[in-house]
Write a protein that binds this ligand. Structure first.
Ligand SMILES: Nc1ncnc2c1ncn2[C@@H]1O[C@H](COP(=O)(O)OP(=O)(O)O)[C@@H](O)[C@H]1O
Ligand SMILES: [Mg+2]
Length: 282
C-alpha cells in the first residue's frame, strides 16, 4: 500500500513492516518556570513502540517521564517534534490511548461497578452490554465481591485494580501508565504487576509504563528506555529479553539490575547537583 521506494519488489512478495503503535520524533518540551527560567524537560526524544510491546520509561524524578507520557496522551503537546499513534499525529487526548495515574483517579461518589461502567455510559453503550462488559472485567480483576463498595472502603491495591478495570472497559489499544503502582506496598505491587502482565499478553495491549523502580522495569518491560536528568534525553535503550514471569533473584536479573542502577544513579547525582546549585544561588 504505502510506497516502498523505487526498487520495491512486486506487491505481496515482501510483508510491509507493521506501523508502530507509537512514533516519537524529535520531541522537545520546554517550560517557563518562575525560579528556574526556561526548563528543557525533554530534548530531542526519538522512540518507536511496536504494537503489543511493553516499554518502560525509567529515570529518577525530574527527567521528563511524565512530560513524555503526557505528550503521547495528548494532555500537553510538545514544543517541537511529533508524536503519532498508529500513524496519526497526536493533537489531543483520544479513545485509542488510556492513561492510568498513580493517584487512583476514581469518582469517590460512585461504586466500583459505576466507576468501571462510567466510560461506557458516556459512549452510549446499551445497558445490558455495559453490565456484561463490566461484570467480566470485575471478574478478571478479582473485584466481583467489591462491586457495590465505594473507593474509600477499598485498599490502595484494590483501588488501582478498579482504575485498571475502568481503563480496560474503554478497550483502548494503547495503555499509558504513570507510576501506577508507586504508592503500593511491595507485595501488592508484585501482585498487580503479574496481573498487568497477564492482561497485557491476553489482550494484546501496547503499554508505555513510567517508573523510577529499576526492578519494576526489568520485571515488566520488553525494552527499558533510560532517561537522563534535565534535559530529558534517551540515555540508553535496554532490551530485557528474559522469559516471563521473571525470576527477580536470578543472576541474569541481578546483573541487569546492577547495570541499570549505575545508569540511574548517575542521573540521580546530576539531579542532586542541580538542586545544590539552586540552593547556593539563593
Ligand atoms: N507544568 C510545568 N511547569 C514547569 N515545569 C515543569 C512542568 N511540568 C514539568 N516541569 C519540569 O520538567 C521536568 C520534568 O518533569 P516530569 O516530566 O514531571 O519528570 P518525571 O515525571 O520524570 O519526574 C522537571 O524539571 C519539572 O520540574
Ligand atoms: Mg512523573
Amino acid at each position: 500500500m504505502s510506497a516502498m521506494g523505487a526498487n520495491a519488489p512486486g506487491a505481496g512478495s515482501v510483508p510491509e513492516p507493521a506501523r508502530p503503535a507509537i512514533t516519537i520524533r524529535g520531541v522537545t518540551k520546554t517550560f517557563e518556570a518562575k525560579d528556574l527560567g526556561t526548563v528543557v524537560a525533554l530534548d530531542g526524544i526519538d522512540l518507536d513502540v511496536a504494537k503489543g510491546e511493553f516499554v518502560c520509561l525509567l529515570g529518577p524524578s525530574g527527567c521528563g517521564k511524565s512530560t513524555l507520557l503526557n505528550a503521547v496522551a495528548g494532555f500537553s503537546l510538545p514544543t517541537s517534534g511529533s508524536v503519532k499513534t498508529d500513524g496519526v499525529e497526536v493533537t489531543a487526548p483520544g479513545p485509542d490511548r488510556a492513561m492510568v495515574f498513580q493517584e487512583y483517579a476514581l469518582f469517590p461518589w460512585m461504586t466500583v461497578f459505576a466507576n468501571v461502567a462510567f466510560g461506557l455510559e458516556i459512549k452510549g453503550v446499551r445497558r445490558g452490554e455495559i453490565k456484561e462488559t463490566v461484570d467480566a472485567l470485575l471478574a478478571t480483576l478479582h473485584l466481583t465481591e467489591f462491586r457495590e463498595r465505594f473507593p474509600k472502603d477499598l485498599s490502595g491495591g484494590m483501588r488501582q485494580r478498579v482504575a485498571i478495570a475502568r481503563v480496560l472497559a474503554l478497550d483502548s489499544p494503547v495503555l499509558l501508565m504513570d507510576e501506577p503502582f508507586g504508592a503500593l506496598d511491595a507485595l501488592t505491587r508484585r501482585n498487580l504487576q503479574d496481573e498487568l502482565l497477564r492482561i497485557w499478553s491476553e489482550w494484546k495491549k501496547t503499554i508505555l509504563f513510567v517508573t523510577h523502580g529499576i526492578e519494576e522495569s526489568i520485571y515488566l518491560a520488553d525494552r527499558i528506555v533510560v532517561m537522563t536528568y534535565r534535559p530529558g534525553r534517551v540515555k540508553k535503550i535496554v532490551e530485557v529479553g528474559m522469559p516471563r514471569l521473571r525470576d527477580v533473584s536470578s543472576p541474569e536479573f541481578n546483573k541487569l539490575k546492577r547495570e541499570l542502577t549505575e545508569m540511574v544513579m548517575e542521573e540521580q547525582r546530576r539531579h542532586a547537583e542541580a538542586e545544590a546549585r539552586l540552593a547556593t544561588a539563593d
